[in-house]
Write a protein that binds this ligand. Structure first.
Ligand code: SF4
Length: 255
């Protein structure tokens, strides 16, 4: 159910496995992209509703007045900032306007696969190196279509924005054996776009969701994923790690 709310604070914090503390802005709480591997699924209350934080940009403006300009803010963790609902509410755009005015460094995460980010070029381009787009290539809805257009759509976005002078990092996170063709993706990206790889990370709640997704959509891969899920054997990810670790622009999210 869609719920419109007013918030008292805009920035929340997350603590990834590498021990970092990440300040996050989520204009929405909930996500319509539906990745079965999403780590937010570990929170059982997440995505019961799609919450729209109507006043987040105004609160952000007040909250960040004394923000250390060197500290990076991440936009999008419990939501994809460029999912379709932002066409209507434009909260991502409004937050970016505030960040731009305050000259705050930000990284925006998306794998929505929409071209909605082009709407905000007028804001992000002048932000220069204060803005980085973290563009995810493991959008299963796109990859399921298994046609060249869908496969290349996010890669094309990465290359086009990069050629406009916007800082773009590409993420194949997670590597999905039999579904994400890591070689093809890396080779199709412009040569100076950094690429980050990670294997499937399993939690109590996303494990059955991934299993069900594979059984339904890729039954021929069921035994491969059973090996990953039950025995922690991920031959393809290991091969990709070995192959690409010699390439300077390819990095692994968690070493
Ligand atoms: S786009 Fe991100 S937040 Fe949304 S379901 Fe996928 S991984 Fe989760």
């Amino acid at each position: 159910m869609l719920k419109e709310i007013y918030v008292d604070s805009a920035v929340t914090y997350e603590y990834p496995p590498d021990g970092a503390t990440l300040p996050i802005i989520d204009p929405y709480d909930g996500c319509t992209i539906g990745c079965p591997y999403c780590f937010q699924l570990e929170n059982e209350n997440w995505n019961k509703n799609l919450i729209v934080k109507l006043n987040i940009a105004e609160i952000l403006c007040e909250e960040l007045i004394h923000w250390n300009k060197e500290d990076i803010l991440y936009l999008g963790s419990k939501c994809d900032p460029y999912m379709n609902i932002d066409r209507k509410y434009q909260l991502t755009r409004k937050c970016l306007i505030e960040l731009s005015k305050l000259n705050v460094k930000c990284m925006v995460t998306t794998k929505a696969g929409s071209k909605l980010i082009y709407r905000d070029i007028d804001i992000i381009k002048p932000m220069g190196d204060k803005f980085t787009l973290l563009l995810g290539l493991s959008n299963l809805e796109q990859l399921k279509r298994n046609d060249n257009y869908s496969l290349m759509s996010n890669i094309q976005t990465a290359n086009e924005l990069h050629r406009m002078g916007i800082k773009v990092w590409a993420f194949i996170t997670p590597i999905l054996p039999g579904i994400t063709d890591v070689d093809l993706m890396i080779n199709a990206l412009d040569k100076d776009i950094p690429v980050f790889l990670d294997q499937v990370r399993l939690g109590k709640n996303n494990r059955p969701t991934i299993e069900k997704y594979i059984d339904t959509n890729y039954p021929h891969l069921a035994s491969t994923y059973k090996d990953i899920l039950n025995n922690n054997i991920d031959v393809y990810s290991d091969q990709m790690r070995e192959k690409w670790s010699i390439d300077q622009r390819v990095k692994f999210v968690f070493e």
